[in-house]
Design a protein around this ligand. Sequence first.
Ligand code: SAM
Length: 257
Amino acid sequence: MTQTASRTEQVPALFDEVASTYDLMVALNPGYQRQLQASARVLVEQLRETAPSRPVRPVRVVDLGCGSGASTRALETELRRAGLPHELVGVDGSAGMLEQARRKRWAGDVRFVQADAERLAEGRWDVEGLPAAGEVDAVFAAYLVRNVSRRDELLAQLRTWLRPGGALVLHEYSVRDSRRARAVWTAVTWGVVVPLGLLTAPRSPIYRYLWRSVVDFDGASRLRGRMVGAGYADVRSRSFTGWQRGVLHTFVGRAPA
Ligand SMILES: C[S@@+](CC[C@H](N)C(=O)[O-])C[C@H]1O[C@@H](n2cnc3c(N)ncnc32)[C@H](O)[C@@H]1O
């Protein structure tokens, strides 16, 4: 096992430790929910473009690495705003984060399933509650892929999970392609995120891990390349603006029709 693999396999356990205060960290980050919604809108646009003219069932969307449900909420809000009947499945490896997500009020067909993305990357889909291969209209993964060691394998597996024409939308930090973005990321993490993390979860190393995981992660061009290599079509990405220019991105690709 590589060093990266052993480190990433402990990530859901790290999230278990901070689950009860994670929503507080989210609330202290003013743009967090707005940015998730911007990426969720990209997913909704993709669904609209590929929706059959006479839909036979609600759209089926998976939020992989759903955590305490912030990204699931963003998806629910945008799907409802678009008037799209939907079935939402939040998937996460951390029981503690899922407990937080399940406690929230959900208006429609929303359920949560515990599964480890590293296992899914190996093609081990024998988890109760997960939709079958080829039956998912879109997969959203916010701040997840960076935490997974078998990224190429995971992306390829997700492609087979999607129906033909289905969309993959990744919402992720990636700073490797820009010296400015790397400097901004380091300043913001050590100046703001780590100190706030010390207040909300003083014993956890997770916010220091966050800094390192982003610094070590693929550049946006590399991640797009992985998506192409995993068989996605129409792959593209867009960076957010403001201080997150070149830091936070939305990546989109489609399973070939
Ligand atoms: C930074 S949180 C993001 C949560 C949510 N998507 C959001 O936007 O607020 C990352 C989530 O990914 C989950 N995660 C990390 N590695 C995972 C893995 N191998 N399998 C499943 N979930 C994983 C963690 O448990 C955590 O809940």
